[in-house]
Design a protein around this ligand. Structure first.
Ligand SMILES: C[C@H](O)[C@H](O)[C@H]1CNC2=NC(N)=NC(=O)C2=N1
Length: 96
C-alpha cells in the first residue's frame, strides 16, 4: 500500500520542487515544459517514459507541438505520495 504524503512531506515538496504547482481540485502536482520544437518535446517524453517504467510510476500528460504538461499523482494512494516526489525530481534532473 502506498501512503499519501503527510504535512511535513508536503512542506518539503514545496521547497524542493519549486517548478511544480498544486493542481486545483485534486491531490496532484503539475508542471508545464516548453521546448524548441516537437522533436525536442518528444525526446523529453521518451526519456520520461523510460524513467516512469523504471520507477513503475506513470505520469498523466498532455502534449501539443513543443509543450508537455505533466501531472503527477498516485492512483493507488488516491493522492500524492513519495513516488510522485521521486518521479518529479528525476524529471527535473533530466533537464539539468
Ligand atoms: C500495478 C502497478 O504497479 C501500479 O498500477 C502502478 C503503476 N503506475 C502508477 N502510476 C501512478 N501515477 N500511480 C499509480 O498508482 C501507479 N501504480
Amino acid at each position: 500500500m502506498v501512503e499519501r504524503l503527510d504535512a511535513e512531506a508536503r512542506a518539503a515538496l514545496a521547497r524542493e520542487l519549486p517548478g511544480w504547482s498544486p493542481v486545483e481540485g485534486r491531490d496532484a502536482i503539475a508542471r508545464s515544459f516548453r521546448f524548441a520544437d516537437f522533436g525536442e518535446a518528444w525526446g523529453f517524453m521518451a526519456r520520461v517514459a523510460l524513467l516512469a517504467e523504471k520507477q513503475d510510476h506513470h505520469p498523466e500528460w498532455f502534449n501539443v507541438w513543443n509543450r508537455v504538461d505533466i501531472t503527477l499523482t498516485t492512483h493507488d494512494a488516491g493522492g500524492l505520495s513519495a513516488r510522485d516526489v521521486a518521479l518529479a525530481k528525476a524529471i527535473d534532473r533530466l533537464l539539468g
